[in-house]
Design a protein around this ligand. Structure first.
Ligand code: FPP
Length: 243
């Protein structure tokens, strides 16, 4: 959800105005995702690096998150949305942690859109933490190092709660930046990336629909070859390989 600060500054407002409008966009986009049949949506709300922002800006973000959770809980329930929060939740203010747990708990039986807020999230932290947890299990005899496969490792990631939906199909970044910025690096190994110049406070359902349409035109080969392509069987193939 990038570009809140720039959106505000371009209009001569303090950065927090961008966050306020950005927070209102979350409601619109969650509803649009549900209506478009998206199974899982993860929004990057606060990164481990965002802790370096001024205290005033951080506290506005926490207030917006809390307000959003309290205001939207009933509506999310009506929409059958399940919510999860991933990241270093233990670093949040205890009062916010309580609100997070209460709303997550309220929506826990919902089977529609699987919505995740990544809060104090960093993919590198997630990977290091997973390695630490796996090592602890080895030391306690619950696992042995030879058990380690990709699918076992995935069980130690924060996104393990999403089960089969943890892998990212489509990665959308707003505001014209073309970086991953430490977001779901493992899970995005084969994500299709769509970069949109619009800042998050102006991101609307039509942008989401456009990104999904763009995704549906992509050919995902996962390192394989195109299903339709001609076989490489030239009578000269050996010559070509030897040159
Ligand atoms: C990125 O814009 C946005 C954020 C760091 C905060 C996003 C969080 C909210 C909108 C708060 C509410 C969250 C939820 C899930 C309801 P930026 O400030 O990095 O923009 P810039 O790159 O233009 O400075």
């Amino acid at each position: 959800m990038d570009g809140n600060g720039r959106w505000a500054q371009k209009r001569g407002y303090p950065r927090i105005f961008g966050h306020i409008r950005g927070s209102a966009r979350v409601r619109l986009i969650v509803r649009a995702a549900s209506e478009l049949g998206v199974k899982a949506l993860t929004l990057y709300a606060f990164s481990t690096e965002n802790w370096s922002r001024p205290e005033g800006e951080r506290s506005v973000l926490w207030r917006l998150l809390k307000k959003h959770l309290l205001r939207e809980a009933d509506e999310l329930q009506r929409q059958n949305v399940r919510l999860r929060v991933i990241g270093e939740v233990e670093r949040l203010d205890p009062d916010l942690q309580k609100v997070v747990s209460a709303v997550v708990d309220k929506l826990k039986n919902n089977t529609g859109l699987q919505l995740t807020f990544a809060v104090s999230y960093g993919a590198r932290s997630e990977l290091v933490r997973a390695a630490q947890l796996f090592s602890q299990d080895c030391l306690q005899g619950i696992r042995s190092t030879s058990d380690l496969t990709e699918s076992v490792f995935e069980r130690y990631l924060w996104t393990s709660v999403l089960g089969d939906l943890a892998g990212v199909d489509l990665f959308v970044r707003t505001s014209g930046e073309r970086r991953m910025s430490n977001f779901l690096l493992w899970q995005s190994a084969y994500a299709e990336c769509v970069f949109i110049d619009t800042c998050w406070p102006d991101f609307g359902p039509h942008h989401l629909r456009g990104a999904i349409e763009e995704y549906s035109r992509r050919e995902r080969r996962f390192g394989g070859v195109s299903a339709q392509g001609p076989e490489f069987t030239s009578p000269h193939s050996e010559d070509i390989l030897l040159k």
